[in-house]
Design a binder for this molecule. Structure first.
Ligand code: FAD
Length: 405
């Protein structure tokens, strides 16, 4: 790889990490093409990383303790119980996750992109095509540039994946995630270490605190459920899409508010209803797996390669692990064929396994929810064990281990 010219399409989590990987593996020049402008740092929602996965990524040099976070240790699955302020706890589980603010996690990754890398904002790529000697990148604003290899870190609507596997698109899972970060109402919620999952017929909502840029805290929440049919049609969910803050229709906002008012214990309803509608995001949930992570001089990382439903809590972990795997594959290989084959071999199977497990979790927690209020703690734990069991006996909740043990 020494002396090569590499392009990374997408400069978000997977893109910044893949850039670091390419530089460490010896690329002479790395160009990052990122469609967005400065607004990436403004994404104020939460993202959580499992403690074990964090440790591996720290050892591999892709995350650092300087990235500000709140430590979570348990989560209480909660159901509405009349007027009881916090509702009724169905079960408590260990929840060893670091809760990050997306914006500050990204800024720290961006800061670690080595000087000398040509990171271009507002640089959208229209398409890529490869030949035996390299890859041509066509810019949406006009012009073409040549590189020896390209990493597609351009998310779920990847143009690099389109070049590798035309017509392969994310499949709508049948429900959406409403996502926001409201002001912290303080009061009865005991401490920062506790996450809550409020459950209701046909869905659930994960809630935990995150830090703000000024050291304060906000209540991060993601609520998963199917939208009513007439609203789903309007959204055209078969086309991969997401609605940025401020783009939710008043009908969607009203639906969300009515659902929360009806099913949530008063404390959690107040937290969520207090989030300004114009800062709420809607993300349809998709499944996507690929036949391979690499092909010729093209390869994929993060959501460009596989989109696992968020219930697995490991999409960002997977994006960072892809970069660590890319670094080792490229460092050890003596040519592009071997480098790409080693990367493909290591990641395709894990990506596919994560998508499958996330689908199982989504079925149980959204599509076929149990009669939550009737479950006692023992029944709840056995329900959880059943859905979280993987065919090879390893739990992938929080993401798979970086290296197979
Ligand atoms: C509701 C929800 C909750 C989640 N919670 C968690 C969690 O708690 N923990 C966790 O680990 N994961 C979580 N995830 C998953 C995680 O957010 C993603 O897996 C991860 O952010 C993927 O990062 P990425 O860099 O691959 O993709 P993205 O962040 O989507 O980045 C792709 C980048 O490419 C750029 N781009 C796209 N097309 C082009 C183009 N043509 N030219 C140039 N640039 C382009 C985009 O502007 C963008 O910056 C969650 C996901 C959802 C939907």
């Amino acid at each position: 790889m020494q002396g090569s010219r590499v392009a990374v399409i997408g400069g978000s989590i997977a893109g910044c990490a893949a850039t670091l990987a390419a530089v460490r593996a010896g690329a002479e020049s790395v160009t990052v093409y990122e469609r967005a402008g400065g607004e990436l740092r403004d994404r104020g929602v939460g993202i959580s990383l499992h403690d074990d996965r964090y440790r591996e990524l720290h050892e591999a040099g892709y995350v650092t303790p300087e990235m500000p976070y709140k430590q979570l240790d348990r989560r209480v699955w909660t159901v509405r119980d009349g007027d009881a302020e916090l509702g009724r706890g169905l079960a408590t589980q260990p929840f060893p996750f670091r809760a990050y603010n997306w914006g500050s996690l990204w800024q720290e990754l961006r800061r670690r992109v080595p000087e000398g890398v040509d990171y271009r904002s507002r640089a959208a790529v229209a398409s890529v095509s490869q030949d035996p000697d390299g890859v041509t990148v066509r810019l949406a604003g006009g012009g073409e540039e040549r590189h020896d290899a390209v990493v597609g870190a351009d998310g779920y609507r990847s143009v690099v994946r389109e070049a590798m596997f035309p017509h392969l698109t994310p499949l709508y899972a049948g429900y959406v995630g409403w996502r926001g970060a409201g002001s912290d109402v303080g009061g009865s919620w005991p401490d920062d270490g506790e996450a809550r999952t409020v459950v209701f017929p046909g869905g659930h909502c994960v809630i935990y605190r995150i830090l703000t840029a000024d050291g304060g805290s906000r209540v991060n929440w993601v609520l998963y459920t199917a939208p009513p049919e007439e609203l789903a049609e309007e959204l055209n969910l078969d086309e991969p899409t997401s609605l940025a803050p401020g783009r939710l229709s008043s009908q969607l906002t009203t639906h969300l508010r009515q659902l929360v008012a009806k099913h949530f214990p008063p404390y959690w309803a107040e937290s969520i209803l207090g989030t300004p509608p114009d800062s709420t995001i809607l993300q349809p949930i998709y499944d996507l797996e690929v036949p391979g992570y690499a092909q010729g001089r093209l390869c994929l990382a993060g959501d460009a390669a596989t989109v696992a439903r968020p219930h697995i809590g490991g999409g960002s972990v997977k994006a960072l692990q892809d970069a660590a795997a890319l670094e080792s594959a490229w460092r050890e290989a003596t040519g592009w064929d071997a480098a790409m084959a080693a990367y493909d071999h290591g990641r395709t199977e894990i990506g596919t396994a994560m998508v499958a497990q996330a689908r199982r979790l989504g079925r149980a927690q959204v599509e076929e929810t149990p009669e939550w209020a009737a479950l006692d703690e023992e029944q709840f734990q056995s329900w959880w064990q059943k859905q979280n069991r993987t065919p090879d006996g390893r739990s992938g909740f929080g993401g798979h281990a970086l290296r197979r043990g």
